[in-house]
Structure formats: structure tokens, C-alpha cells
Design a protein around this ligand. Structure first.
Ligand code: C2E
Ligand code: SIN
Ligand code: SIN
Ligand code: FE
Length: 381
């Protein structure tokens, strides 16, 4: 049961991670700790207030948080938690939203589509918003708003709505971090609902982690240029290559999960670097090279995730020892990461990036050949 969440699985040595260097590191580590805590809660009201306070913790400009649950039978959203400037207000005063109103209502549209929405200035698109009971809280009317669906294992659980009284407050990083904790809360709530329902048992540990990984992958896709199809392609090829190299069973499962979350650390990279249309300068590179460390910081607080850290933490190490973050060399690099790094580079070069167009296939192959015994382990290439 839940106690197993605390079992610690061979963590990497302490000295291997670098000291935290920026606000970004702290936010990502906080998201990991929040995720861990959310997965341990079983009473919905605790999950609501923990989720609301973690959203405040992740962003100083948040004024108001609405949490609504979805009733699939009546096809409506009803508010269960409303918090304004850290004070709980009466959620029952917030009107229900019917999915049939998707034309008029962003909330209904987000619930229907399952896609998050960010509004930079609500007043610009909806001047009378402050009179709408869905946005009517004390204090200044909302300008920036994020709407996030709560989804667990494909089941629509509800919706979170986040306000700031200032326009343009929430960028893609903020949205992705909110998505991370929101999706984790969705899994916790799903579990709580299943536990109440006598005909079902709650998700087991493996299902809970599977759902968490799916939720975090979706949150990552909220800001990266990566698409689900794209992540899936990398995962599939990594698995095929791992089988050819003799991995099986539990190792393959770990490879799958690690590959799925390989760039989760990019959540800690500011948009102006991650999405920069040209080459990075030295200081930008110093930050970019921390993304494997950010992944480590995020996943480390969650015991069961220790075993899938290898790829997120080590996928930029190079066979000749010139990689990052630890300059590991040869077989010091975990096998899963040695395999994955070839697929990652093949895939990156074959795809358009904000900083360059895709390379033709033969050029990609030539490059991988050329890097054999330099960047990559020869047997893997
Ligand atoms: P990514 O775009 O997913 O690339 C993953 C890895 O594929 C890179 O790791 C590198 O080993 C290889 N790769 C990708 N594009 C190229 C390329 O044009 N030429 C060569 N020779 N190799 C390539 P790396 O270099 O450690 O970069 C890690 C991440 O840093 C990249 O992930 C990307 O998000 C970012 N990045 C790298 N270069 C640039 C850049 O010039 N501008 C911007 N905005 N971001 C960059
Ligand atoms: C999605 O399912 O595509 C979005 C989920 C989210 O907002 O995190
Ligand atoms: C794809 O081909 O899977 C999408 C390309 C990309 O996301 O860069
Ligand atoms: Fe990476």
C-alpha cells in the first residue's frame, strides 16, 4: 500500500548533485516535493488545500485558485475549493458550469478538449469578466488566467483555474509547473474517488506511478516544442534498441519511464533560453546544461522514481567523458543512458528545433557514425 511509497531505492550518491544555483532549481525541487506529498494524501479537502498552497508557492503573483470537480453523469463542473490570497472562500457560491456551454465558457472548453489554456489579459478579451460570478472574488479583477484540466489515466477529474490581477503574468514555464502539481493532484483525487467507490479498488502503486509519469509528460508538453507523438517515437525506438542490446523485464520498464521523462528537467529552463531561435551564449549554455540536474532534483524526493533517474540525469554524458553534468566516461555512464543518448540525438537532429531546421536523414546517420567512440558507445551506434 501507501507505505511502500517511502521505500528508498538506491539513490545516487549525494555528492553527485550540484548545489542549487537559482530560483528555477528551487521551484522544480519544490514541485517534486509537492508531488510526493500530494500522492500521500487521501482526503480530498487536504488535497485541495495542498494543491492551492503549492500553486501560491510556485508563483508570487497568484491571487486566486479555483478547484472544480467534473461530474460526468450531469456533465458539469462544480467548485469544491476557492481560495483568494491564501484565504478559503465559500466555493458553493461559484456557479456550476455545464459542458454544453463550451462555446461561451473557457472552463467548459478546457474540460471538453483536455487542453490547458492561458489568457494573458482577461479584460482584453472579456471586458465584463469581473461581473461574472466565475471570476468574482474580492480585490482586483483577474487579468492573467490559467485553466488546467485535471486528468488521471484518461479520466477527467476536474479543472483548476488560477488568477493574477496583473496581465501577462504566466509564461509557459509557470503553466507547466502548475500543470505538474495539478496533474499529480488529479491522480491523488482519482485514487481518493476510487477508494470511496465500493465497486473499485484504488490504483495500485504501479498504476499510480504510471499515471504520474503520464501526467508529468503532459505537463512538460505544455511548454516544450515536444509533441506526444514525438515523445512516443523516442520511447519506442529506445525500447527496440535496448532489446537488441539484451535488456529485458524490469529494466525495459525503467528505460521506458526514464525515456518518457528524459527532458523533464527542461521545465526548469527559462523560456527565453529554451525557445531561443538562435545559438546559446555562454551564460545561457551554463543554465541549459543544468537540465539533467533539475531532473534529478525533481525526481529525487519521490522514492519510486529513483530507479528511473538514469536517463533524465545522464543522457548528456558522452562516452569520451566530455559530456555533462558529471563528465562521466565509458561504462561509468549507465547503459540505459548510453543507449538513450544515441536515440535522443538522432531524434533531435531529425526534427525541427526553434534554433535550426531538421537535418536530412543521411546527414543524421553520418553524424552518428562520426560520433561513434567519441560521443557514443560504438556498440550502441
Ligand atoms: P535537443 O534539441 O533535444 O538536442 C539534444 C541533443 O541532440 C543535443 O544535446 C546534441 O547532442 C544533439 N543536437 C541537437 N541539435 C544539434 C545540432 O544542431 N548539431 C549537433 N552537432 N548536435 C545537435 P546538447 O547539445 O547538449 O543540447 C541540449 C539541449 O540544449 C537541446 O536539446 C536544446 O534544447 C538546447 N540547445 C542546444 N543547442 C541550442 C541552440 O543553439 N539554441 C537553442 N535555443 N537551444 C539549444
Ligand atoms: C493534455 O492532456 O493535453 C493537457 C493536460 C494538462 O493540461 O496538463
Ligand atoms: C515529429 O516528427 O514527431 C514532430 C517533430 C517535432 O516535434 O520536432
Ligand atoms: Fe536533454
Amino acid at each position: 500500500g501507501r507505505a511502500a511509497l517511502r521505500v528508498s531505492l538506491t539513490p545516487l550518491p549525494r555528492e553527485t548533485f550540484l548545489p542549487r544555483s537559482s530560483e528555477q532549481d528551487t521551484r522544480l525541487a519544490a514541485a517534486g516535493e509537492i508531488g510526493q506529498a500530494l500522492l500521500e494524501l487521501i482526503k480530498p479537502p487536504e488535497i485541495y488545500s495542498r494543491l492551492a498552497s503549492s500553486i501560491y508557492q510556485l508563483h508570487p503573483s497568484v491571487s486566486t485558485v479555483y478547484i472544480s470537480l467534473f461530474d460526468p453523469r450531469r456533465k458539469r463542473l462544480f467548485c469544491v475549493h476557492l481560495e483568494h490570497e491564501h484565504t478559503a472562500l465559500d466555493a458553493s457560491l461559484v456557479p456550476d458550469i455545464h459542458l454544453a456551454d463550451a462555446q461561451k465558457n473557457l472552463q467548459a472548453e478546457v474540460m471538453l478538449s483536455g487542453q490547458a489554456q492561458v489568457v494573458d489579459d482577461l479584460q482584453a478579451i472579456y471586458p465584463l469578466a469581473h461581473r461574472n460570478p466565475l471570476y468574482k472574488t474580492p480585490g482586483k479583477p483577474p487579468r492573467s488566467v490559467v485553466y488546467l484540466p485535471m486528468i488521471s489515466k484518461g479520466v477527467k477529474i476536474g479543472l483548476v483555474q488560477i488568477h493574477s490581477p496583473l496581465p501577462g503574468r504566466f509564461n509557459q514555464t509557470d503553466t507547466a509547473l502548475f500543470g505538474l502539481v495539478t496533474n499529480t493532484a488529479a491522480i491523488a483525487l482519482h485514487n481518493a474517488q476510487l477508494a470511496q467507490d465500493l465497486e473499485h479498488t484504488s490504483l495500485d502503486l504501479a498504476q499510480t506511478y504510471e499515471a504520474t509519469i503520464e501526467g508529468w509528460t503532459r505537463a512538460l508538453e505544455l511548454r516544450d516544442f515536444t509533441t506526444e507523438r514525438h515523445t512516443q517515437r523516442v520511447v519506442t525506438i529506445t525500447i527496440e534498441l535496448s532489446k537488441k542490446l539484451g535488456l529485458d523485464g524490469r529494466d525495459l520498464l525503467r528505460v521506458r519511464r526514464g525515456a518518457q521523462l528524459h527532458d523533464i528537467g527542461k521545465m526548469g529552463i527559462p523560456d527565453q533560453i529554451l525557445l531561443k531561435p538562435g545559438p546559446l551564449d555562454d551564460s545561457e549554455w551554463r543554465i541549459m546544461r543544468r537540465h539533467p540536474v533539475y531532473a534529478y532534483e525533481l525526481l529525487r524526493p519521490i522514492p519510486h522514481f529513483n530507479e528511473i533517474l538514469e536517463i533524465p540525469y545522464c543522457h548528456h554524458e558522452k562516452w569520451d567523458g566530455s559530456g555533462y553534468p558529471r563528465r562521466l566516461r565509458g561504462e561509468e555512464i549507465p547503459l540505459s543512458a548510453r543507449i538513450f543518448s544515441v536515440v535522443d540525438v538522432w531524434d533531435a537532429l531529425s526534427s525541427n528545433r526553434p534554433y535550426r531546421a531538421a537535418w536530412p536523414a543521411n546527414q543524421v546517420i553520418d553524424y552518428i557514425d562520426y560520433q561513434s567512440n567519441k560521443q557514443f558507445e560504438p556498440e550502441v551506434t
